[in-house]
Design a protein around this ligand. Structure first.
Ligand code: GLP
Length: 233
């Protein structure tokens, strides 16, 4: 794993943007995208750049079950707001959280991933080492599936909702196996509350107890992290 240490999220966004830009210049056509606060500075760099994404495809990691794209808390809404409304892609895919039929929603998404192999995947990380919504215990060969969120993830995500009880308990998430198929991966992490997860990702055993530790087996991963997130390395 390559580690780029940055002084703050602004610098992290710039470092990540430089990789995205050079990948696109080298022919990348499909970006795997993530939600959460960590990729926001990257999306700001992308929207203020002169890069054109109108020939590209994006495939997002996950979506809450039960939320429509028009719901302000949905990941679909987040992506429209932070990126797609300003820089449209040719096609942008997010799992269909409004489809209550998990089998149909997840198999349709696997087909999308298969048809659009990801050149560059952007990831954040949960405090418990989750990637996408693959919580500890998720299979390393997993495909898209309906997952239950852990208490720590619900608590971490409560900040985006008016009330803890409004946080959805389930999500559709790309699996660890699908994430590992991306040609290149950038993981962004900032702040002290990510330090344990980063230490387990980089130095810990490769175990499903820390989903991000699977990345040790990937040939092209770059971690962009600040000093606080790197403090336990
Ligand atoms: C959610 C998302 C993850 C994201 C994580 C961390 O759980 N499903 O994809 O990495 O939050 O979010 P943040 O970057 O806000 O810390």
């Amino acid at each position: 794993m390559k580690i780029i240490k940055v002084k703050d999220t602004q610098m992290g966004g710039k470092e990540a943007f430089n990789i995205v830009k050079s990948d696109i210049e080298n022919g990348a056509k499909v970006l795997g995208l993530a939600t959460g606060s960590s990729p926001i500075t990257l999306y700001n760099e992308m929207t203020s750049s002169d890069l054109d994404f109108s020939n590209m495809t994006s495939v997002n990691l996950d979506e809450y079950v039960g939320l429509k794209p028009t719901n302000e808390q949905s990941y679909h809404y987040f992506m429209n707001d932070h990126l797609f409304n300003k820089k449209p892609f040719k096609n942008s895919y997010v799992p269909d959280g409004s489809n209550p039929d998990a089998e149909a929603a997840t198999s349709a998404y696997d087909k999308i991933i298969e048809d659009n192999p990801i050149d560059l995947q952007i990831l954040g990380i949960g405090r418990n080492g989750h990637i996408g919504f693959n919580e500890p215990g998720s299979p390393f060969d997993g495909k898209t599936r309906k997952v239950g969120l852990t208490e720590s993830t619900i608590e971490a995500n409560t900040r985006f909702f008016e009330d803890e009880k409004d946080v959805p308990r389930f999500a559709y998430s790309m699996g660890v196996g699908s994430i590992m198929k991306a040609k290149k991966i950038i993981l962004l992490a900032y702040g002290e509350n990510k330090a344990d997860a980063i230490a387990a990702t980089v130095d810990g055993p490769v175990t499903e107890d820390c989903p991000a530790s699977a990345l040790q087996n990937h040939p092209d991963v770059t971690l962009i992290i600040d000093d606080a997130a790197a403090s336990k390395l």
